[in-house]
Design a protein around this ligand. Sequence first.
Ligand code: PHE
Length: 372
Amino acid sequence: MDRLETLKSELLSAIDGAADMAALEAARVGALGKKGRLTELMKGLGELAGEARKAQGQALNQLRAAIEGALAAKKAALESAALDAKLAAERIDVTLPPRPLAQGRIHPLSQCMEEVAAIFGEMGFTVVEGPDIESDWHNFTALNIPPDHPARQMHDTFYLAQQGEAHLHQGALVGESPERAVRLLRTHTSPVQVRTMLSQKPPIRILVPGRTFRKDSDMTHTPMFHQFEGLVIDEATHMGHLKGCLIDFCRAYFEVDDVPVRFRPSHFPFTEPSAEVDIGCSRKGGELKIGAGDDWLEILGCGMVHPNVLEMCGVDSTKYQGFAFGMGAERISMLKYGIPDLRTFFDADIRWLRHYGFVPLDVPSLVGGLGQ
Ligand code: PHE
């Protein structure tokens, strides 16, 4: 019996001393394996007889149970220690900035959208959106571009397939002219002017960022691009407000205090008078620089909303007037960030994004400085 007690304490201390799973397994094999010390004793049982055999058998079974219990307990302890160690190693301090900050980048276009929204937001504009698929009526007719107007040819429009006359009339709302049922991909964000005036009473002050589409593709045109539309309607708005608003915008956006801004007469069917705005730049040595210089670059179209448009949208043109403007988001991004080729915006090239992209959570605001 003493021998068994000694054996038991040896085996138990081997189990207890196992530092890891491999050591524990070695201890198990040493005790219960094919040639384990306990197994060998079990094999010896056959040589005993009668009472002695019974007593030895019981003692060995008890020892075996004790060893198995100790093995299971030690295994559980090792496993829980391993889990604790793993958790400790993977511990995350949630108060630290997330690590992907170092890798992910905000697309320059998204950054531009945020910056422009921050600037106009500060001036009291509300951001609204409209659908990419528009009716011919919202995109053209309500903007004072009737069906046979030559301005329609200036916009290379993507029309949606019409499924015969029946569909055309089904698609129309009750009382809707067939013209309203003709669907297209909007060629500018101006239809959102119409939607807003139809659904909202003046005073109105909105900024509309969004996708626009024209059948055009070369170095400086992509079939899908983005615009910002601005619309201000109230009782005393005039051209001076339009100029002041856009000059303030250009200074804030390009972050150049004395950026020269030029208003050049132009024509849009939905504004009267109409103007295009150029900003001063220099192109010395092939490098485009915004600010003083001897060159000009067109960045937007604008004007006082045409009375026909106001009337078509249910706004009393004898009481209200206002201004509107529309600019290309890619264009002003390219100018600000020095991106030479428009098409690269939509190549989804990760190297390009790493180069021109912005660090996430670096939310643009006028207080923080727009595009650090
Ligand atoms: N919608 C015009 C365009 O896409 C821009 C514009 C908007 C002009 C509002 C005047 C007023 O070219």
